[in-house]
Write a protein that binds this ligand. Structure first.
Ligand code: K7E
Ligand code: CUA
Length: 667
């Protein structure tokens, strides 16, 4: 089908979307029962007490989080808070984790996360870390997969819309971030219609192979287009990175129409080894800017924030050979590199073909100087000189491609709402399967790596409509699991997801499951507020600042009666869960607290800050049902009027008093 660009592009696209949905709905009515084969249930059934074969990490989209599912069951295993506060466990509320959300824009309690990306060794997911980007206030987070916790967040300066992120290089030397929106660099007060003159893009390379030490290695200054997605080269193309861009028209208004004019936009092919050389030779410009690097200290488990003040910027005009443009039809979205590293597949949202570039041809075209023109120091290669082939009539609205490691590629078609399977090298379509509805990303475990585990494919759909029991105007997003082990794709399962899942990544559970931390060793807890035993706890006043050190253990807090606090004080409850056993959590909440509860993992210390508003006696309690006597796990804090003579007091049990007296005698 041809996209009629004679009328307003926007109208035409809206029309095609409508057609796509009608097609999909019709498909559903007639074909759903046939689509799910009889043995689908047994293929996704994971018996109670048994484990799934794969961990899948799905982006939480505008929830800002990551959700972890088991495959093939589609069971939700955990929500990992990343860019948004999470009241369920106090993330981003308690004093220990709040610094993770610091930025130059202040404390930011939310973001829109898009692309989970596993760390890799030699081009294959290794199960050490998961990275994910924040799209709105550009940042990249690292999640440690021994604990499923966010440990580090770095802000990306000179960027606005961290969308093409955080794709990793084959040994996780770098993760990247490209700015979706071009902006003035440095960002300053200029007329918006001075876009073509003043607005620029940046591609950032962030060192990522050392926990707690992420940093911006360098940025590459780019023409003022929109940068959308990226993927690293591998094998022969190792050392290169590919980013899609659209809006080569450099429109700054009504992009729907104005950025859909050119027949081709570009994939930027970046030789980052060349960028490293230019940096080493002093050709990058050290530029003043501010950004935050936040990370969790492993001993105290307190997050720290540090502000950085400079980045190195490589200008392709002063670093020949660092970037080339590959013309690519038409407003491309995804760019995906096949397992061999030879083919670079683009998803031209409005293209009628799936264009595939060849890395071998790219090298030759550079050697032959097969250039059409140069844009801001960036040679534009001739389309025919770099093309490996085009998949003809694939469907409508190609977005993203993953690979099965058996010579096939699978492309999501947003508008025609289907997954299209095609053969690398011959470019022929060999199978297609409808999705419900409007698929965005798709994912095969390891499907963007050197060695995909090509057994399942997950479609992440933008529209859910009639797939589940209705829940009002808003439905959970929908994922669909396909069996791709045979010639034809087979739909196995629908399962709801959280937020809008953009990308996902998955890997065999065996790479992670035996490395799990089960509790934090108290002997290694270096928090200044740690309390090992009841005898260590207590209350101290420093002006209007009160610190209470407390233990939590089945099934009591110690101290559990506190007096001497006054209206106008700021009270910090520093609670240590002194359990040393797997999955034994305690919680802490106090009447009238202005923030979330604390959830304390075994062996860790966390802090809840509370400003009592008036005199009275306030109960606190454990929020996690931890034992048969969980309902007994409570205490009181007495608040007196300002200037009261009530003495500061934190009670100590008789048993501990006796132990303390005994210890004194022995001395
Ligand atoms: Cu949803 Cu990767 Cu942000 Cu495509 S992006 S769908
Ligand atoms: Cu501790 Cu409930």
């Amino acid at each position: 089908m041809k996209i009629p660009m004679t009328r307003s592009a926007g109208l035409a696209i809206a029309g095609i979307v409508a057609v796509g949905i009608i097609y999909a709905c019709a498909g559903q009515r007639t074909a759903t029962t046939n689509l799910v084969t009889g043995d689908a249930a047994s293929k996704v059934y994971v018996a109670p007490g048994s484990y799934d074969e794969y961990y899948a990490f799905m982006s939480g989209g505008y929830s800002g989080q990551v959700s972890v599912y088991g495959l093939p069951s589609g069971r939700l295993l955990k929500l990992v808070p990343v860019f948004s506060q999470f009241a369920e466990d106090g993330y981003g509320y308690d004093a220990e984790t709040k610094p993770l959300l610091e930025t130059t824009y202040g404390f930011i309690p939310w973001d829109d996360s898009h692309h989970p990306e596993l760390s890799m060794t030699d081009g294959v997911p290794d199960g050490r870390w998961l990275f994910i980007n924040a799209n709105n206030t550009p940042r990249i987070a690292r999640i440690d997969l021994t604990r499923f916790e966010t440990d580090e967040i770095i802000q990306i300066p000179n960027s606005a819309g961290g969308h093409a992120s955080p794709f990793t290089t084959p040994n996780t030397k770098y993760v990247v971030s490209a700015t979706r929106f071009s902006v003035p660099i440095p960002n300053t007060d200029v007329a918006i219609d001075s876009y073509k003159k003043n607005f620029k893009g940046t591609l950032s390379f962030i060192t990522a192979d050392q926990p707690g030490k992420m940093d911006i290695a360098f940025q590459i200054l780019m023409p003022g287009y929109n940068y959308d997605l990226g993927h690293a080269g591998k094998g022969p193309s190792d050392g290169w990175f590919f980013f899609t861009s659209y809006n080569s028209e450099q429109a700054n208004t009504k992009l729907e129409e104005n950025a859909s004019q050119n027949d081709k936009d570009y994939i930027a092919a970046v030789n980052y080894k060349r960028a490293e050389e230019c940096v080493a030779q002093g050709q990058a410009k050290a530029t003043t800017t501010e950004y935050y690097h936040n990370y969790v200290d492993p001993g105290s488990r307190q997050a720290k924030s540090e502000k950085k003040t400079s980045v190195k910027i490589v200008d392709p005009a002063n670093c020949a050979g660092v970037v080339y443009y590959l013309p690519t039809p038409k407003s491309p979205h995804g760019v995906d590199v096949d397992p061999t590293g030879e083919y670079i597949v683009a998803g031209g949202k409005l293209a009628t073909v799936i264009p595939v570039h060849s890395f071998t041809k790219l090298q030759k075209a550079i050697a032959d100087k097969a250039f059409d023109k140069t844009v801001d120091g960036i040679p534009v290669l001739k389309y025919d000189a770099v093309m490996a082939g085009e998949v003809q009539k694939p469907g409508l609205g190609p977005l993203h491609t993953e690979f099965d490691g058996k010579g096939y590629a699978y492309t999501s078609m947003f508008i025609s709402s289907e997954v299209v399977k095609w053969k690398l090298g011959t470019w022929e379509v060999v199978d297609r399967a409808p999705t419900y509805y409007s698929i965005g990303h798709l994912m095969i475990p390891g499907g963007d790596s050197k060695h995909p585990w090509g057994k399942y494919l997950v479609a992440m759909n933008k529209i859910t409509k009639d797939r589940y029991l209705p829940t009002g105007p808003e439905m959970a997003q929908s994922a669909q699991l396909f069996d791709i082990s045979g010639d034809k794709m087979k739909l196995l399962l629908d399962f709801p997801t959280i937020g809008e899942p953009h990308y996902a990544q998955a890997l065999p559970a065996s790479l992670i499951k035996d490395k799990q931390v089960k509790f934090h060793k108290l002997s290694e807890n270096t928090s200044p507020w740690m309390t090992k035993s009841e005898a260590d706890g207590g209350i101290t006043r420093n002006g209007k600042h009160i610190d209470i050190k407390m233990i939590a253990i089945r099934s009591h807090f110690a101290p559990d009666n506190i007096e001497g606090v006054q209206v106008g004080d700021t009270v910090n409850f520093h609670v240590t869960n002194i359990e040393q056993d797997w999955d034994i959590l305690h919680g802490f909440a106090v009447l009238g607290a202005q923030t979330s509860e604390l959830i304390l993992q075994p062996g860790e210390t966390r802090t809840l800050t509370w400003i009592p508003k008036g005199p009275g006696v306030y109960p606190f309690y454990c929020t996690d049902f931890c034992s048969a006597l969980h309902q007994e796990m409570q205490g009181y804090i007495r608040v007196s009027p300002a200037g009261s003579s009530v003495k500061l007091m934190a009670n100590v049990s008789k048993k501990t008093q006796a132990q303390l007296a005994e210890a004194k005698k022995e001395k």
